[in-house]
Design a protein around this ligand. Structure first.
Ligand code: ADP
Ligand code: TRP
Length: 322
């Protein structure tokens, strides 16, 4: 079984990204042939700085490797290093009905939020379809927000197969992680870079403690009992502690006598500990100049070998080859 997904390089990783997107993918390693790429061409639809883009790509690659992406097991590359993504995309645009694209919710939302609509943003789902179809992927693990893009991918593959012959493209299945909870940020809203409420996983110790201490709490005095069921501190602690430890914190909330600072310190320690091995790994990666590029080059080589075969098959079917 071939499992494939793309991750947009969008800067520093926070706890929400880790539990919502990264960990579910890394957990699939070993369960099939895993393909993970940095969707740098997609990121270009909302970028305006070459230096910023370069930095984001590098950070994302380092962080994913530090988090446990194993380049021995998993083919890991940059989308822009494999021309087939763009070449297949163009081919797909020629069977994609305008009406289908005009129904894309993610695009409409972006425009409503005041993001200038470029054509890249509009055709984003077709590039995503090419990403997936180029590798004959069986399963695509993504968040709920990507469900429609996966449906479109199947629709486009069906169009190609109807026009040019069954079996030209393989229909993938989405693996939507419905059960992945939304990780709350410092202010209790969804943790997101755009809200400035994140806890980043590779912060230094002092900065991390400071960030955790900023979690918004109510003004219940130290002695008074506190409600664990509405507390962001408890919600975050759940991600790092055993059920027994969470229960103990909840009991201590209800008992009163301990201030929020105490619980935040406990949370801080749990977070710091949780990412310790990944921090060490990150330092190791940083100390090996050239390592990241080597990994991505080798990944691109492996990816190209697969994608080239698909493009050849599609171009034969449509009459551009053979
Ligand atoms: P941000 O909102 O910080 O800009 P992105 O939109 O770049 O984050 O998200 C990248 C991935 O991380 C997506 O797959 C998204 O579903 C996941 N993710 C982001 N924030 C959270 C969160 N608070 N809880 C769970 N998953 C999240
Ligand atoms: N659109 C996806 C996101 O924002 C990223 C992505 C690009 C992707 N190409 C993909 C995900 C192919 C899965 C498969 O998260």
């Amino acid at each position: 079984m071939r499992i494939l997904t793309g991750i947009q390089p969008s800067g520093i990783l926070h706890i929400g990204n880790y539990f919502g997107a990264i960990k579910p993918i890394l957990d699939l390693q070993g369960q099939g042939e895993v393909f993970v790429f940095l969707a740098d061409l997609h990121a270009l639809t909302s970028s305006s700085s070459g230096a910023g883009m370069r930095e984001n790509i590098r950070t994302a690659a380092i962080d994913l490797l530090a988090c446990g992406l194993d380049p021995e097991q998993t083919t890991f590359w940059r989308q822009s290093h494999v021309p087939v993504h763009s070449e297949l995309m163009w081919t797909l645009t020629t069977v994609t009905p305008m009406g289908l694209m005009e129904r894309m919710v993610a695009y409409k939302e972006k425009v409503q939020n005041g993001i200038a609509a470029n054509v890249g943003l509009f055709t984003y789902p077709i590039l995503q379809a090419a990403d997936i179809l180029a590798y004959d992927a069986d399963l695509v693990p993504v968040g709920k927000d990507q469900k429609q893009h996966l449906e479109v991918t199947r629709d486009i593959a069906i169009k190609i197969n109807e026009a040019y012959g069954e079996g030209t493209l393989k229909l993938p299945d989405a693996k939507i992680s419905e059960d992945v909870a939304v990780v709350p940020g410092l202010d209790g809203r969804k943790m997101s870079k755009s809200y400035g409420n994140t806890i980043d996983i590779f912060m230094d110790e002092k900065a991390l403690r400071k960030r955790v201490m900023k979690i918004v709490t109510d003004s219940t005095p130290q002695e008074a009992p506190k409600d664990p069921d509405t507390s962001t501190v408890v919600d975050l602690y759940r991600l790092f502690a055993t059920p027994g430890q969470v229960q103990r914190m909840k009991d201590e909330f209800r008992a009163g006598g301990l201030g929020y600072g105490h619980f935040k310190q406990q949370l801080f320690e749990a977070i710091w500990e949780h990412f310790a091995a990944m921090r060490t790994r990150r330092e190791e990666i940083l100390s090996r100049p050239g390592y990241v590029d080597e990994v991505l080059d080798e990944g691109a080589r492996r990816a190209r070998a697969v994608a080239d075969v698909t493009l050849e098959r599609v171009w034969r079917a449509v009459g551009l080859r053979g």
